[in-house]
Design a protein around this ligand. Sequence first.
Ligand code: GLC
Length: 413
Amino acid sequence: MPRPTTVVRHTLASIVLGMVSTILSACGGGGGEKIDGTLPSTDRADTAPTPVSRLWASHADVPPPPHVHTDWSRGPIARSKPIGMPPAECSRVSTATCNTAFALKRGINMGNMLESPMEGQWGITYHSHYPATVKGAGFNHVRLPIRWSSHASTDANAIIDPIFFARVDQIVSEFLAQGLYVIVNMHHYRQLDGDALDTADGEVTVDPHVIDARFIHLWRQIAAHYQAFSDHLIFEIYNEPHGLQTAAEWNARYPKALAAIRETNPTRVVMVGPSGWYDTTRLVELSAPTDVNTIVTFHHYEPFAFTHQGAWGSPYPGGSRTCCSRDDLNQIASRLDIAKQWAMNHGHPVYLGEFGSHVSAPRVSRINHANALRLGAESRNISWAVWNFGADFGLYNTTTDAWDTLMQRALTP
Ligand code: GLC
């Protein structure tokens, strides 16, 4: 399955940084890999697991300060304080959206399923037992990456195939029926970013003049189609804009899609992230939304040389780079701090929509990494979704229908 985007994702800077951190790791970080599933003590020392219930509840008793959005005093958070929060990051959103941002808590990406040009091409086909499987493992939400552009007419109207809509309806409804939140996004509309298409998987080029209009019309249809769905359904405008979608392009484009969504969904929670692959360091370039029902999302794949070893197009061979040295943990923490600070400064809660590691990474290190990201996010009250349910970054074997239980427990202990 050709996955050309990953090659592009490796900016020169991240390759150099990755190599430096690989060398540093080889010179003393890492802590060694055991095969019995217990965490190496050198790794464990730095992650010092804190009971999760305490982390999620850590701000539960902090009252909202006087300057905060007026809904605060009346909202459900102020009364029931479901998981608590540092209030500054909700100063520019509605109480309902603030509540949703924190209620999402732990999630899992159902990637490689509907993000391939056709379902099943990238290793995962949906099965109706997945929602109960995900719920039973302790997750609170799923993120559902979808390549809408491959299921719509190639003209400017981009009429979405009703059979595909029915399939998405089924999947979304079955997850919602389990009481899970569902984030429906738009993934891999490759021409928007200027990426090569997955022609081997049957993806076809559209006239460049209609790309923009299709994007808006896709969202107008998706929004209208789901307007009556529960408010546990969330939209995310576009996964990891990059390439042709520079910060300037993206900051001009995303409000148009949001406006199309708002025609039929005036208050549904919508997510938007920064150009530059949703990298935390690019949040600074995002024009903060003015809409009070928006959550800002980011991704975190550091240390990149660890997470993407053995991945398609990656220069890092699989099976060697471990995680997590003290430097790795510092890097993980500093990225999360940047996101948290952005939220506090801008009054929009942030959401970590993807992190994870390729299956060819040393297994105990994968567990360490997942644990470090989860603890890091939760200690900052940031809801998250791991990448991925199955396939090459996965923690569930879709052939044997079994979790990698140590990976799963690192995320939902
Ligand atoms: C992004 C890409 C997806 C990839 C993942 C991990 O979500 O869109 O295709 O698998 O990152 O690299």
